[in-house]
Design a protein around this ligand. Structure first.
Ligand SMILES: [Zn+2]
Length: 429
């Protein structure tokens, strides 16, 4: 790796209470020196970085890499390329692959395939075997393989009894946390979008917000009943969900956490009219009151993390009748820009808080170390240009799929590049 000197860069890591300008020298994959006016070593590449910010590498805790099983949509390698392009140095992949990540061998294989990539991959594993919601997965061997988060993502664990046993079983393993795709399936059969005025107008079957809220309420109660177990709400989309998590934290269940995707705080179900199947996801886009409640959840600290639910699908799969299309959109390459433009620019949160939501809290929830910005430390950094305006252009994406409603959007905060595992990757965005 070449030697890089970033001149007068803003170093920002709220986990260390760090926010100052200095020169930053990276060599051999390490932070060699942080000081004013560093004399550049021979052969150093010098960057005038006054407009850039260096933060701990961003981490996306909810990504579908599609490998094994659906490599025409994405692979571990293309997913990580996409993550690096979007400014991430780590991702956590979801278990709804084929086969499902429900035994240690699949975890080993994913970690092996990703071991030399500049983006670190950690695995979730299924709560139940085959994600069928019946028999618990072998959490012991999965934990041994490095898994800390268990979820049947894509599906919800329907049975309260199974979920109770999962909480009890997980309590045997240090750092284990249950997560849930919160959907009361008996109320959402055949849904295509949020249940409301727009679904009525378009004639599509709806998914009522209460179907998400019921499961969040149930699981928070079960987590409390089982001895205040940690629990993480995946891709939360509803006003009631925000309120339930806020109340739980207020009561002292401080290990209840939640994540929200950019599309759920940027778009409403009206987007279905314009973007069709590229606005079809699970949970579905909701209405403005839900978006407002989520923004309030960001403002008061109820929401812990931003995660993309990056869900690649081939063009041919999305170019079908709306109800028949698969759910989800890609997100890795638009997450930073959307989050900055829709949360930091309007003053809902600060840039340091954004770094907590996108780099620090996801790692803490997964019991991963937060990279430090200090001399001698391995460089695990995201370099971003907060004030830079850029236009989303899917031809610059590195994901294998192109299902996004955000093509052409003008955003602020361009990912400049990442440094991790001794590699520098510059963003094309
Ligand atoms: Zn999900």
């Amino acid at each position: 790796m070449a030697i890089h000197l970033f001149r007068n860069i803003r170093l920002l890591n709220p986990a260390q209470g760090l926010d100052r300008r200095a020169d930053l020298l990276i060599a051999d994959g390490r932070i060699q020196q942080i000081a004013p006016d560093i004399i550049p070593p021979e052969a150093a590449i010098i960057h005038d970085a006054a407009a850039w910010v260096a933060t701990p590498g961003l981490f996306d805790m909810h990504v579908h890499l599609r490998e094994p099983g659906a490599t025409h949509k994405e692979t571990i390698a293309t997913g990580c390329d996409s993550a690096a392009n979007g400014g991430f140095t780590g991702v956590c992949c979801m278990p709804n692959t084929t086969p499902a990540i429900d035994h240690a061998e699949v975890v080993h294989s994913i970690l092996w395939k990703s071991r030399q990539l500049p983006v670190e991959v950690v695995c979730t594993a299924a709560t139940t075997k085959g994600r069928k919601g019946e028999e618990l997965a072998p959490m012991g061997e999965l934990h041994e393989a490095g898994v800390r988060m268990f979820t049947d993502d894509g599906d919800c664990v329907r049975s309260s009894e199974v979920m109770r046993r999962a909480f009890e079983y997980a309590s045997m393993f240090e750092g284990a946390v249950l997560s849930q795709h919160c959907e009361e399936h008996s109320m959402t059969k055949g849904f295509a979008m949020n249940e409301g005025v727009v679904s009525m107008k378009l004639g599509h079957p709806g998914y009522p917000d209460v179907a998400e809220e019921l499961i969040i309420a149930r699981d928070i109660m079960l987590a409390g009943f089982c001895g205040n177990r940690p629990y993480h709400v995946s891709h939360m989309s509803t006003r009631g969900g925000v309120e339930l998590v806020r109340q739980a934290k207020g009561r002292g269940q401080t290990n209840i956490t939640c994540e929200v995707t950019p599309h759920h705080f940027v778009l409403t179900d009206e987007a279905v009219i314009e973007h069709g199947t590229n606005a079809k996801m699970n949970p579905p886009l909701r209405t403005q009151p839900h978006v407002d409640a989520i923004l309030e959840g960001f403002r008061d600290g109820t929401i812990d993390a931003i995660a993309t639910d990056h869900a690649p699908h081939a063009l041919s799969e999305k170019q079908v009748e709306f109800p028949a299309a698969p759910n989800g959109i890609i997100g890795l390459e638009t997450s930073l820009g959307l989050s900055y433009t829709y949360l930091v620019e309007p003053g809902i949160i600060s840039l340091p808080r954004l770094i907590e939501l996108m780099a620090i809290n996801p790692r803490r929830i997964l019991s991963l170390p937060v990279p430090a910005i200090a001399e001698g430390q391995p460089a695990n950094l995201t370099i971003m240009a907060p004030e830079e305006e850029w236009q989303v252009d899917v031809t610059k994406f590195r994901t294998r799929s192109l299902n996004t409603p955000f093509n052409g959007w003008k955003l602020r905060c361009r990912p400049v590049g990442i440094i991790n595992r001794g590699q520098v990757v510059w963003s094309d965005l």
